[in-house]
Design a protein around this ligand. Structure first.
Ligand SMILES: Nc1nc2c(ncn2[C@@H]2O[C@H](COP(=O)(O)OP(=O)(O)O[C@H]3O[C@H](CO)[C@@H](O)[C@H](O)[C@@H]3O)[C@@H](O)[C@H]2O)c(=O)[nH]1
Length: 255
């Protein structure tokens, strides 16, 4: 495997989950760097992460001044991981919805050359536990809508458990992604597919969080609904060739 593994954990009020998720990652991938990207959580998640980092040399904390959204937290985390020489960069929820034990299965195809590996709820063997009917329907409809509008075959376009090769993040100029939440996930995966790179789906079981609250909202769902067609047809759609001409071979620092 060429390069170190960096797991990015965006956090907003995840103090109740942080120790368990970091412990789970350590058990699954002992050599991984873990980067907590905290948006000044009122519940003290950032300070807890700082204390934990004093006992774990591979645990890092990025503090941001206030709640800026999932997408911005990730792009800041990506930039930091790339600057530090990451070979593989993983997106993962900090609330144990994503099982840390699945990490080796996400990393293996990337180590074999896949540009992006998606932890997929909607491929054979994947699934969701503890979601109500309403959220199941919204997620299914949202994924089906995005697949049709974008004309792609990937089954889980909105999931947030994924492993990028570092060169993939540079090639897609991830820092320029504009969407948040579900839309952010669709946007990054669509950019990888637009470059003709290999995207692999591995089945995962998503478990609804038991502690803390989801930060997703109707606003974020609506944002995804209008941003998806814009990704393919809008005047500001991302064009791989233009990005290449601009020299999208390095992620700029967060802007
Ligand atoms: N730093 C930071 N972290 C945030 C923010 N908003 C959310 N997070 C963190 O991002 C992770 C996911 O947030 P949730 O609010 O729990 O998301 P969800 O509703 O369960 O959505 C998940 O599933 C979706 C697909 O159904 C995914 O699209 C989404 O990315 C995420 O994985 C959690 O660790 C949460 O603390 C923010 O503004 N800033």
């Amino acid at each position: 495997m060429d390069g170190s593994v960096w797991v990015i954990l965006p956090t907003y009020n995840e103090a109740a989950n942080l120790e368990a998720v970091v412990g789970g990652i350590r058990a699954a991938v002992p050599e991984a760097h873990i980067l907590v990207v905290d948006d000044n959580s009122p519940d003290g998640t950032g300070q807890l992460a700082d204390r934990m980092a004093t006992a774990d040399a591979l645990l890092h904390v990025l503090h941001r001044p206030g709640k800026g959204g999932l997408g911005r937290a990730y792009t800041a985390g990506f930039a930091h991981a790339l600057e530090q020489g990451a070979g593989y960069v993983i997106e993962m929820d900090a609330d144990l919805s994503h099982d840390p034990a699945d990490l080796p299965r996400l990393i293996a195809p990337a180590a074999d050359g896949a540009a992006l590996v998606l932890g997929s709820r909607y491929t054979t063997g994947g699934g969701i536990e503890n979601w109500g009917l309403e959220r199941r329907i919204i997620s299914r409809v949202g994924c089906g809508y995005a697949r049709r509008v974008l004309g792609v075959r990937v089954r889980d376009l909105t999931g947030g458990f994924k492993c990028f090769r570092a060169d993939t993040l540079r090639a897609i100029d991830a820092a320029s992604a504009e969407a948040q939440g579900y839309g952010f996930q669709v946007e990054l995966t669509y950019r990888v597919l637009s470059l003709g790179l290999t995207v692999v789906e591995v089945p995962i079981r998503f478990r609804e969080r038991r502690l803390g609250e989801s930060k997703m909202s109707a606003h974020i769902a609506l944002e995804a609904a209008w941003r998806v067609p814009a990704l393919r047809f809008g005047p500001r759609r991302w064009r791989p060739l233009e990005a290449a001409r601009r020299g999208a071979d390095a992620l700029p620092n967060e802007g």
